[in-house]
Design a protein around this ligand. Sequence first.
Ligand code: XMP
Length: 510
Amino acid sequence: MIVVLNFGGQTCHLIAKRIRSFGVFAEILPCDAPLKEIVQKDPAGIILSGGPSSVYEKDAPFPDDRIFSQGKPILGICYGHQLIGKKYGMVLPRQIKEFGKQPIDVLAHGQLFSGLGAKEQVWMSHGDQITSLPHGFTVLAKTASCPYTGVENQKMKLFGVQFHPEVMHTIHGSQILKNFVFGICHAKKDFSLEGLSHKLILEVKEIVGGSSVIMGTSGGVDSTVAATLIHSAIGERLHCVFIDTGLIRKREAEEVKQFFQRLHFHHFHMVEASALFLSRLKGIADPERKRKIIAHAYIKVFEQKAKELEKKYPDIRFLGQGTIYPDRIESAQPTNKASKIKSHHNVTLPEKMKLKVLEPLKDLYKDDVRKLGHDLGIPHDMISRHPFPGPGLAIRILGDVTKEKINILKEADAIFIEELKKSGYYHKVWQALAALLSVRAVGVMGDARSYDYIIALRAVTSVDAMTADWARLPPELLERISNRIVNEVRGVNRVVYDVTQKPPATIEYE
Ligand code: XMP
């Protein structure tokens, strides 16, 4: 296996994901993991990820220095590259930052760049750079303004790249990672998703023992797969709680209930709590405050239900969660060093609970989770649902949330999704949503002037939600959806289609 030390970069998990896709297990550890923990895993090599810090900052994160004297190959990526530079040479901050796609000149292939061309396209994102080549190192590549874009020291088994080989914009990034994993570390292919469900079921059985588990299920792919996995392991000792926050899609509560019935879950508890959420959100326009309020209200309702169930079933000791790997990265765990973009409410839940957390999917990526769900026999329509955020429609209503706005958005969203499904586009996009812009526009309906809300439609293509592109939906389809929304949903007189990529925008509106 390969250990990836996480210095908080947004793409850190992509490194692990790429390596796993080669058939080699990769595990991400906090950047300051003690040597003992790393050595115990007996990795074939270590990768130091990128991160938002500068090696010159006060409190800049450093790995356990002893990793450099273990004789294990080390590859530094971006910040990791600069760490190697700082230890063995010199790194300086630069005025000009390099960001995005960049051409590089390959000067030598060495081991790391074996099989690459003389010119390559890579993806950069850095401010600092190595300014003097450490002794004994070979330069592999440069850009016009970055003389040590790739370096290696075969004797010391140290390798570094200033760019990100893990992102798809680095055209031969996989080749570089393969060179490291196989050519340099001699790792063996022995990781596959086959048999994963069996392994995870055994793990859940062992962790839970004879206790029971309570779990919040949202009807989303992650919590559904996690619940199904736990249910396969412990059957009737699993209690699923679905909270209707009033911020969910039209008919969602009913559909989710039917689904769990279809899968023969023993205990599925539905809690209708929309009034509480709505009253707490009254007059609140700030997105982060909205998220926090929803998270707290969710915890309150969940705790109440949990208390009630614990009285009846005193052996409830675990809280099941559908947390997946990217949730932890985007919420700045496990290192607390990833730049905080949005607080995702599903990972704040356990902090308040006294139960032990059970997160069987915490190291998996979305596509792995879908594959696992398929292996567990979950119907395709459920596994292939678009993601839906914990705070729900509240973060798709810009500004304050009212019952009227929720109802308008539910109707518009239902039309959008229905038309996408009918036209076959639902499964061609990663995620689609309607948002309500809380401003009004003038229109003319019949012979009268209207002054109503604007609905923004957003459909994106993506691989992992870290980056996304707007989906090129056919104009006729957009026209049909727009006509239907304006005609069928009272309170809307204008529909716009969002053509922004992520980054700079995010997928959700808040
Ligand atoms: P953004 O808006 O950050 O979204 O580009 C990336 C993906 O994450 C989903 N998302 C959330 N999921 N709780 C969730 O469970 C949240 O608070 C949350 N915010 C965003 C979003 O729908 C997209 O798939």
